[in-house]
Design a protein around this ligand. Structure first.
Ligand code: FAD
Length: 405
């Protein structure tokens, strides 16, 4: 398993359950973007949390909505499987100890406060969608204060270790080794195992701070990441791992790799890359070099959340020509997508005095404080519009999310 975020951890658990001997590698300490994330798991079709909150939902309603929302991001068959297996997926996570709760958020937001863990996270109730399928809240935020991805990963990571998989941290996959028939037979790595303790500690600390708060301070991230690269170059040693059955590449996306972004999704370059420095496209390049096919590298999730506070959902988002960009109550990635693809990546949120006063009142109540986050950040995305002290129409540039996988 190359990469120890949610994808690598879940694949490791399934492989171990199927009887495989599993080795999990991570270039840094593990957790990746998963541990930085808001820990919101999209699930529905009648989960225990939805039932506890008294909200009806069915796999068909979930499928009907998502089919319209996600476009061609996944095939209809995959989407169907995702919706039909959603209740089971939440049960599986709960069995690993991941806590969820049916405390329904009474207002629309991109990320609920520490009092609510079930909410309308998408465009389910927005115009054009609510008529397609009965809307239901499906954002299941893992229970934990602040951005709760760290809680999600803590449970996944611990279970992987208990399941008997070997986890090699500070070990980066560099190349897949193939035989004459092109079958993958090994992984060539560089590891800091055996390096002096100060090197290992320094590498872990620098990579942790490069991930957060480096996420919001690109200059700090650059300095810290350069240092981790230097430590790797000077102190790592080669390691070859023989492969008996398969290698799963789960090493994140490529949004931290500027040349790849320029090549595949140039319109998204102006955004803040919501990622870790590990999202440098290595996994994609390893797979492609071994003969794997790539697709949809031009699909990038661009987030432009305008709530909390929910009052801003009554404002109007316009472009430089004053044209309305999108229904403001839609999912933040839909807003971001509309801004980048149709409006040059910039917008202005127009709000009157009444909306602004209501927004101010909602700030304390509706926002989450956590390390690296401030009020008026949503899922970790700073929102310049909601940060302004004296309200003036302000350009809202669009942060870029992770490359889709
Ligand atoms: C601030 C933020 C908030 C988010 N909130 C949400 C949310 O609430 N809900 C949601 O669904 N999504 C959210 N996302 C997106 C979500 O976090 C990611 O899509 C998801 O975590 C990706 O999981 P992954 O396992 O594929 O990658 P990651 O979790 O990034 O794991 C990849 C791992 O691979 C490792 N790696 C990289 N290269 C190598 C190599 N060469 N060798 C070995 N290891 C390597 C990395 O160190 C990393 O640990 C958020 C993202 C961010 C940044």
């Amino acid at each position: 398993m190359v990469g120890f975020g949610a994808a690598g951890a879940c694949a490791a658990l399934e492989a171990a359950a199927a009887g495989a001997e599993v080795i999990v590698l991570d270039r840094f300490g593990g957790g990746g973007a998963t541990a930085l994330s808001g820990g919101v798991v999209y699930a529905g079709g009648g989960t225990p949390q939805q039932r506890a909150a008294g909200v009806p939902d069915t796999p068909d309603a979930m499928y009907g909505y998502l089919l319209a929302e996600v476009g061609d991001a996944v095939s209809p068959a995959t989407l169907r499987r995702f919706c039909d297996g959603s209740v089971e997926m939440i049960g599986w996570l709960q069995a690993l100890g991941v806590p969820f709760e049916g405390s329904l958020c009474p207002y629309k937001t991109s990320y609920p406060s520490n009092r609510h863990y079930l909410y309308f996270s998408g465009s389910e109730a927005a115009g054009g969608f609510r008529d397609l399928a009965p809307p239901a809240p499906r954002g299941h935020r893992v229970k934990g204060r602040g951005s709760s991805g760290k809680v999600l990963f803590a449970h996944l990571g611990r279970t992987v270790r208990h399941a008997g998989s070997r986890v090699l941290v500070q070990t980066a996959a560099r190349r897949l080794l193939t035989d004459a028939d092109g079958r993958v037979k090994g992984v060539e790595c560089r590891t800091l195992a055996g390096a002096p303790p100060w090197v290992r500690r320094g590498h872990l600390l620098a990579s942790r701070y490069a991930a957060k708060p480096g996420l919001y301070v690109p200059a700090l991230r650059r300095v810290l990441h350069r240092w981790t690269e230097r430590l790797e170059a000077r102190h790592s040693r080669p390691l070859w791992i023989a492969v008996r059955r398969a290698v799963v590449l789960a090493a994140g996306g490529f949004v931290a790799n500027r040349p790849m972004l320029r090549e595949h999704a140039p319109a998204y370059r102006a955004g803040l890359p919501l990622s870790t420095p590990g999202d440098d496209g290595t996994g994609i390049r390893l797979g492609a070099a071994a003969g794997g096919a790539t697709a949809k590298l031009d699909h990038v999730s661009a987030w432009r959340f305008i709530s909390p506070p929910s009052a801003f959902l009554h404002a109007v988002l316009v472009d430089a020509d004053g044209r309305r960009i999108c229904d403001e109550t839609r999912y933040g990635a839909a807003l971001g997508q509309a801004m980048v693809t149709g409006h040059g990546g910039r917008g202005w949120l127009l709000a009157d005095r009444e909306i602004l006063a209501e927004a101010r009142r909602g700030l304390r109540e509706q926002t989450v404080w956590s390390s690296g986050c401030r009020p008026s950040t949503c899922c970790g995305v700073p929102s310049p519009a909601t940060r302004s002290r004296a309200w003036r129409p302000r350009p809202v540039s669009t942060p870029t999310g992770c490359g889709t996988r």
